[in-house]
Design a protein around this ligand. Structure first.
Ligand SMILES: *Cc1c(COP(=O)(O)O)cnc(C)c1O
Length: 414
């Protein structure tokens, strides 16, 4: 019974083809191990070391709040990378500002020459992303912003942890945002970080008891669905049943009809929902962001990334996006560029391999004339999880499956 109900809660609404749920977890999962440090330790900082932080329900909400703090509105221009997901652009549009898309280089660093050509009097902010956990050319970007009177919004959605030239990621921007749910075993969570004490004054309110419960149940159920915390699952089976019962009642009673209990950001959507702007992250998310071991996160993510690199980089028709793992980086995923991606991607999905395509859909008008690198990566780069909660046997399975599918494809088509 639990399994059936779990599927209902966990399945994300898929854009286009309805692929099966991945066989192993795409995102971190809560278990006792989440809290333990392990033998090897990392002392890499996190964005929380970069300034004052407030906790909201998603990274996109943090982007909107950051732009509001910077007084961005109608008539202003915001420089946005051509390599992006829609949730980076929507808050800009919502505020009435205009996104101006700029080029990235083939190593995903910001193309400063292109930026120069895009400046105008109404350009106020530069948004730049530390893609997949790898630091941007942050010192150069900082200098460029200072020289041109721009504010810098550092997008750390992929880089909750890490450093560049001895300083935490997130500390180069006037504001930084992070998407905590990409790194922690939580249902929802994003952070806005800034050296400015003014962010502490952003009014935030609770999203209500229903939301708090949903956040907690979802974090637990995701773990249960992938075989974590079986002991707790047994203990909680009655409360879980009760919860599903109550949920069904709430839904049929109509109370949940107009307002969803959770943000779309947590269910795989890219939309910006203004109703979540001033909602605080759930208590559980805030507690887990503080208590889950960041050292374990950094060590394991780096280890798993390296294992994936050793196992996948040499596949025919494939090349790693980054030749080496940067020293201060804590990777979000392992990005692999694959010439044959349109064929390979659905095969992987149907086999239940957890595979992500960041920036699969670029904003209307962003084509090869705007940035050829972004279009190439959008079409050919896929990413595999390297999160701290992948078990060794899950990692082995994933690698075998990816290798077999890509090698098998090669022998048929070449
Ligand atoms: C996911 C993502 C965001 C938005 O974060 P959410 O928590 O999903 O709102 C912003 N920037 C990048 C690069 C992202 O991948």
């Amino acid at each position: 019974m639990l399994m059936r109900l779990n599927a209902e809660v966990i399945e994300k609404p898929m854009v286009v083809p309805d692929y099966p749920r991945s066989r192993i977890p795409t995102q971190p999962l809560l278990s006792l191990a989440s809290f333990f440090q392990g033998k090897s330790r990392s002392d890499l900082p996190s964005v929380l070391d970069a300034g004052n932080a407030i906790f909201v329900t998603s990274g996109r909400v943090a982007i909107a709040l950051a732009l509001q703090q910077m007084k961005i509105g109608k008539g202003d221009k915001v420089l946005v990378p051509a390599y992006h997901c829609a949730s980076m652009v929507e808050p800009v549009i919502w505020l009435g500002a205009t996104p101006v898309f700029y080029k990235i280089n083939s190593d995903t660093t910001v193309d400063l020459d292109d930026l120069k050509s895009k400046l105008s009097g109404s350009t106020k902010v530069l948004m730049a992303t530390n893609y997949f956990g790898f630091p941007q050319n942050l010192a150069d970007i900082r200098r460029f912003c200072d020289a041109n009177g721009l504010l810098f919004l550092e997008d750390c959605a992929h880089s909750f942890m890490g450093e560049y030239r001895g300083k935490p990621l997130g500390s180069y921007g006037d504001y930084a945002i992070a998407s905590a749910m990409k790194f922690f075993p939580i249902y929802e969570g994003g952070c806005l970080v800034s050296p400015s004490p003014a962010i502490d004054k952003v009014p935030l309110e609770s999203a209500g008891l229903g939301f708090e419960l949903k956040s907690a149940f979802n974090a637990l159920e995701k773990g249960f669905a992938y075989g974590r915390m079986s002991f707790l699952k047994a203990v909680l089976s009655v409360p879980m049943w009760l919860k599903n019962f109550i949920w069904a009642g709430v839904k049929s009673g109509g109370a949940a009809k107009q307002t969803s209990l959770g943000p779309g950001a947590s269910d795989g959507g890219f939309n910006f929902e203004p109703s979540w702007l001033h909602k605080r992250a759930s208590l559980l998310s805030r507690i887990l962001i503080k208590t889950v071991s960041k050292s374990r996160m950094a060590v394991r993510r780096r280890e798993i990334y390296q294992t994936l690199h050793r196992s996948l980089a040499d596949l025919p028709g494939c090349s790693p996006l980054f030749p080496t793992l940067a020293d201060g980086a804590v990777p979000y995923v392992y990005p692999l560029v694959c010439e044959n991606l349109p064929t390979i991607f659905p095969l992987l999905k149907n086999a239940g391999v957890p595979v992500i395509r960041f920036a699969e859909f670029l904003w209307e008008g962003v084509d090869a004339s705007v940035c050829p690198v972004s279009v190439k990566l959008s079409k050919k780069c896929m990413q595999f999880p390297c999160h701290q909660d992948l078990r060794p046997e899950e990692l082995d399975w994933m690698i075998k499956e990816i290798r077999a599918l890509i090698l098998g494809q090669g022998s048929h088509t070449k």
